[in-house]
Design a protein around this ligand. Structure first.
Ligand code: ATP
Ligand code: MG
Length: 721
């Protein structure tokens, strides 16, 4: 294995293969790269069989990338090696063993919408008002408990006061419902794996022997449950290598506990500790800015991080009037930089997904390709959820949560009363709706409904049979046809129905891709559904082109030539919730550090003097994080006055916005992107793009009534409004 490109410390990390190893180092110092090489080194130079290696990454995308990189470094295959996230690792372990805990091995995985409907059901049963008891808070409570490995019984015993007392009871209900459905939420995947290992030492031993070399990337963001799981697995061989950066711990709200990495040397006194101090990612100006910002955190160990790269361009400050102006400035800069960089080398980072809308609108109008990561609501759309529910029921007919979704979708004359009876019967006897239907003759359900229900059961059983012999795409077609789902949509003939059909078609791009990589077997549907369930923050619909838009949280571990950090305003970032809480502010500052250190060459920092967000217009002072960046590293938009966020100060200088492209038609009228126009036939609209050259110039216009039309600029019967 050629390690000549690695520095001395990196080499040492790669070659220290036996015993516990902690690599604690700043952003861009090659931690992930070292992990990848270490895995390859174990395979190539130490002849460790691939099946004895486990590598845990933070996202599925990172797992895929690591597998590709390892494959490129070695000659043998990597199929037997587990490179996965915590969650997908647990799915695999539970798939073969969860029967020890009384669940079906074909368990379902709940998504947040399913969780919400379970909680709403519980509220209803307890006669509680969802307006008073926000399901989100209850789900958050349950998730916190699970991350700390607290079971419902213990939670009830420990709850001292309202609302914990009530929420603990609800946690108990919730867990029972999930158990009856053989359904697991995300946190269960980890908690139940630990429970399985505690209960079945033989199963644990099997995996300990299997994973003799364990690696965990981004260790600073593990929570207590993940920590326990790793401790269990590593207990026998103690070959555990963790890498992380305590300055990049940003998932406290999901239970991440920085103590896991800080206490590693106490857990493993024999641990080798390696520091990497050379940053290979960012230019000097960018790194200096990041270091200056993070130094404001008091609860941290100082750390050296230097770069061999030269200064590079200064950081660019952008101050816009509004969120639209901000988006236009970003687009203008992207158009400039597109000569030098491809779109996929650029990213826009924001604090919350809500900020993406203005950005997206402007991108659409400017015709710049982009992809949105996370916050994708595609899988939340009704038709996609319906289809997924069918697939889940085909795999696990006892999944009542999904069954209830499809029992009368499309409408087949099964009314809510019938459903209620089936549910009540299920609660009384402990059987699922699906099983209950087979007894529906006897529980006071009208004959006509019984016939329809039996028809549905029959249909689902046939689909379950078939599912073992066909691809997922074929199964999806079968479901959509045999249930009449598509037929109903087609007969509706509305725009909405048409777009639902299009979304279902789009879903088939996902299934086709899956089918290409996976062979037909009776494991196929389970594998597909768990893949879908584990789509994470960084897994947009896979697409390698276009500018990336994502939250700063989702950007962890990634790097881009050009980065825009937008919305640098007090109240947006740092977020309003944390401004008065020092601990939370430090977490927010770490997030800024993560965002800054994603950039390799160009870094833009932008804010708007006023913005419309969450339906309100706000004027915010510039973010304190901007004031923490030394002035000499920055240019444009006025300097960052140190006192700017305590007094509004003088208004920073504005950059003149880039001129949009303008076209003049035969009658001498000019049009620009964003102009409002009116068309003789189509009515009112707004120009969204200008295409082509000379006489063949075309305008894309979004009309209120008829949608987008492309018209020839010279001849279109339009007038400016
Ligand atoms: P983060 O903390 O953001 O996750 P990291 O420490 O994991 O960062 P990597 O992503 O592994 O850092 O590396 C950052 C960049 O530096 C990558 O492009 C990587 O290929 C490059 N790099 C790392 N080590 C070297 C080296 N020895 N020589 C050349 N390039 C390197
Ligand atoms: Mg990394």
């Amino acid at each position: 294995m050629d390690l000549s490109l690695m520095n001395k410390e990196q080499k040492k990390a790669i070659q220290s293969t036996e015993g516990p190893l902690l690599i604690m180092a700043g952003a861009g110092s090659g931690k992930t790269r070292v992990l990848t090489h270490r895995v390859a080194y174990l395979l190539e130079d130490r002849d460790v069989p691939a099946r004895n290696i486990l590598a845990i990454t933070f996202t599925n995308k990172a797992a895929r990338e690591m597998r590709e990189r390892v494959s490129a470094l070695i000659t043998e295959g990597t199929q037997d090696m587990w490179i996965s996230t915590f969650h997908s690792m647990c799915v695999r372990i539970l798939r073969s063993n969860i029967n020890h805990l009384g669940y079906e091995n074909s368990f379902s995985i709940l998504d947040p919408t399913d969780q919400k409907s379970v909680v709403k059901d519980i509220l209803k049963r307890r006669n509680l008002d969802p307006k008073q008891h926000n399901p989100r808070n209850i789900i958050g409570f349950i998730s916190d408990k699970k991350n700390q490995l607290i079971r419902p019984e213990q939670s009830i015993a420990e709850a001292a006061a309202y609302p914990d007392t009530l929420y603990s009871e609800m946690y108990h209900d919730y867990q029972q419902i999930l158990y009856r459905n053989s359904a697991l939420d995300f946190d269960d995947l980890i908690m139940l794996t630990i429970e399985l290992f505690d209960k079945e030492p033989k199963v644990l031993e099997y995996y300990q022997n299997r994973f003799q070399y364990i690696h965990v990337d981004e260790y600073q963001d593990t929570n207590h449950a993940q920590y326990r799981l790793i401790t269990q697995l590593a207990a026998k061989y103690r070959n555990i290598c963790v890498v992380g950066d305590s300055d990049q711990s940003i998932y406290k709200f999901r239970g991440a506990d920085i103590a896991n990495i800080l206490n590693f040397e106490d857990d493993y006194p024999e641990a080798v500790v390696i520091k990497l101090e050379q940053n290979y990612r960012s230019s000097k100006n960018i790194l200096d800015a990041a270091n200056a910002v993070i130094e404001n955190n008091t609860e941290r160990k100082p750390k050296a991080l230097r770069t061999a790269r030269d200064g590079g361009p200064k950081l660019q400050n952008i101050v816009a009037d509004s969120e639209r102006g901000e988006a236009e400035e970003v687009v203008g800069n992207i158009l400039d930089l597109a000569k030098k960089y491809s779109h996929s080398e650029m990213a826009i980072l924001y604090r919350t997904n809500a900020q993406s809308r203005a950005m997206e609108d402007t991108f659409v109008k400017s015709n710049i390709p982009y992809k949105m990561v996370g916050g994708i609501k595609f899988y939340d759309r009704k038709e996609i959820k319906d289809l997924m529910s069918y697939l889940k029921v085909v795999l696990n007919p006892n999944d009542d949560i999904s069954f209830e979704r499809i029992i009368n979708t499309p409408k087949r004359g099964i009314g809510p009363k019938t459903v209620d009876k089936l549910k009540a019967h299920g609660q009384a006897t402990g059987i699922s709706i699906f099983e209950g239907i087979k007894e529906s003759d006897f529980i006071g359900i009208p004959k006509t409904a019984v016939v329809k229900l039996m028809g549905l059961v029959d249909l689902l059983e046939k689909l379950a049979q078939k599912s073992k012999f066909i691809t997922i795409t074929e199964l999806v077609d079968e479901v959509l046809e045999s249930t009449g789902y598509i037929e109903v949509l087609e007969s509706e003939k509305t725009i909405e129905a048409r777009s639902r059909i299009e979304n279902l078609d789009e879903f088939k791009t996902v299934t086709r891709e899956f089918d290409r990589d996976n062979e037909i077997s009776d494991e196929l549907l389970f594998a597909f559904l768990s893949d879908m369930a584990l789509v994470s923050d960084q897994d947009g619909i896979e697409d390698d082109s276009g500018v990336t838009m994502m939250t700063m949280h989702a950007s962890k571990g990634l790097e881009f030539k050009v980065v825009f950090i937008v919305g640098l305003e007090e109240g947006i970032f740092p977020s309003r919730r944390v401004i008065y809480d020092d601990k939370e502010l430090e977490e927010e500052r770490r997030l800024m550090y993560v965002a800054l250190t994603r950039a390799e060459d160009h870094l833009f920092l932008s804010r708007a003097n006023s913005r419309m967000i969450f339906g309100k217009t706000e004027s915010n002072m510039q973010s304190r994080f901007l004031s923490e960046i030394p002035e000499e590293l920055v240019e444009g938009g006025g300097a960052f006055a140190q006192d700017d966020f305590s007094s509004t100060g003088s208004a920073p200088k504005k950059r003149t916005p880039k001129r949009s492209r303008v076209v003049t038609n035969n009658s001498g009228v000019s049009f620009a992107i964003g102009d409002k126009v009116s068309h003789k036939k189509f009515g009112d609209g707004i120009i969204s793009a200008i295409k082509g050259e000379g006489d063949s110039q075309e305008l894309d216009i979004i009309f209120t009534k008829v949608g987008v039309k492309r018209l020839l600029a010279n001849f279109a019967p339009i007038e400016k409004k």
